[in-house]
Design a binder for this molecule. Structure first.
Ligand code: E4P
Length: 300
């Protein structure tokens, strides 16, 4: 699995790059905002973006901000012309749709993707929350799609919590009482292929739980990525999946288990992926047991 870091913080990008595990970077307007805010004015954004591009020899996503296809195409061209010469690694992020309210046009994203793919500008289709959106993006010619699995897990967990009067914290986003039901009702094949406790299953979906545009067939963020993978396989799309909006090391692991090609992961979660209490305990005891004779050999 390729690992991208989901940040615009240059120190984090440089650090992850120095570890030898970094394959790319994803940014978005919120991540750029937080990098600029934390630099407290000590940042020239254009230079900062150039530095990011030079630091990583892999795709770096920069997002367009307009809501109409023409505006997005123009911004994508600007981003590509301005920054791609730096290290030939710019990918432009285009939302699957730019509707902010029910009834707004929801096809501007695919229109922009179609034009940009014909122009040879690589596109990462962002804000993908259901498999049908990924299918549309792939048909329009997106090079990457980014399913936001963490936001889907948050959403499902919060909806179920509301219905049950429970406040499920982030770390328990797969409540045990629900995973029990998976066992009882012996569900779909794919559920048994995954870590059972990684799935939220709602056996009696109600419309109240699934509002505007939602996909009743999706049971978790990982299930979303899995479904997109199956669809792309069925039709041999070249579009790559970037599992995005990852909140925990466990989600990152599940992405690898289901064979996501790429996961874009926040820096602190990448750090978490390497920690283990027993590794540290083991390290300490090995460290305590180094005898002088062995040290001497090593210092030769
Ligand atoms: C994807 O490329 C996005 O930058 C990102 O994963 C969004 O995640 P969030 O839900 O943490 O904002």
């Amino acid at each position: 699995m390729d690992i991208f870091v989901d940040t615009a913080d240059l120190d984090e990008i440089k650090e992850a790059e120095s570890w030898g595990i970094l394959d790319g970077v994803t940014t978005n307007p919120s991540l750029i905002k937080s990098a600029v805010e934390s630099a407290k004015g000590d940042i020239r954004l254009e230079k900062h973006i150039e530095e990011i591009l030079k630091t990583v020899d892999g795709p770096v996503s920069l997002e367009a901000t307009k809501v109409d296809s023409e505006g997005m195409i123009k911004e994508a061209e600007t981003l590509y012309e301005k920054f791609n010469p730096v290290n030939d690694n710019v990918v432009v992020k285009i939302p699957i749709n730019t509707a902010m309210d029910k009834g707004d046009d929801n096809f501007e994203g695919v229109k922009a993707i179609k034009v940009l793919s014909e122009k040879g500008i690589p596109v990462n289709c962002t804000l993908v929350m259901k498999p049908n959106q990924a299918l549309m993006a792939a048909k329009a010619g997106a090079d990457y799609v980014s399913p936001f699995l963490g936001r889907i897990d948050d959403y499902i967990r919060n909806q179920i919590g509301l219905e049950r009067g429970q406040d499920y914290p982030k770390g328990t986003y797969y409540p045990e009482e629900l995973t029990e039901r998976i066992r009882e009702t012996g569900l779909r094949r794919r559920i048994s292929e995954l870590d059972r406790s990684d799935i939220v299953y709602q056996d009696e979906p109600t419309m109240e739980l699934y509002d505007w545009g939602n996909d009743q067939g999706i049971r978790s963020g990982i299930d979303l990525v899995w479904s997109i993978k199956e669809i792309f396989k069925n039709y041999s799309f070249d579009t790559k999946i970037i599992a995005a909006s990852i909140r925990t090391a466990r989600q990152a692991r599940s992405c690898a288990e289901i064979g996501a090609e790429i996961a874009t992961i926040p820096f602190d979660v990448i750090e978490d992926m390497m920690d283990h209490l027993k590794t540290s305990e083991g390290m300490k005891s090995f460290d305590d047991d180094v005898i002088p004779e062995y040290k001497e050999i090593l210092e030769d």
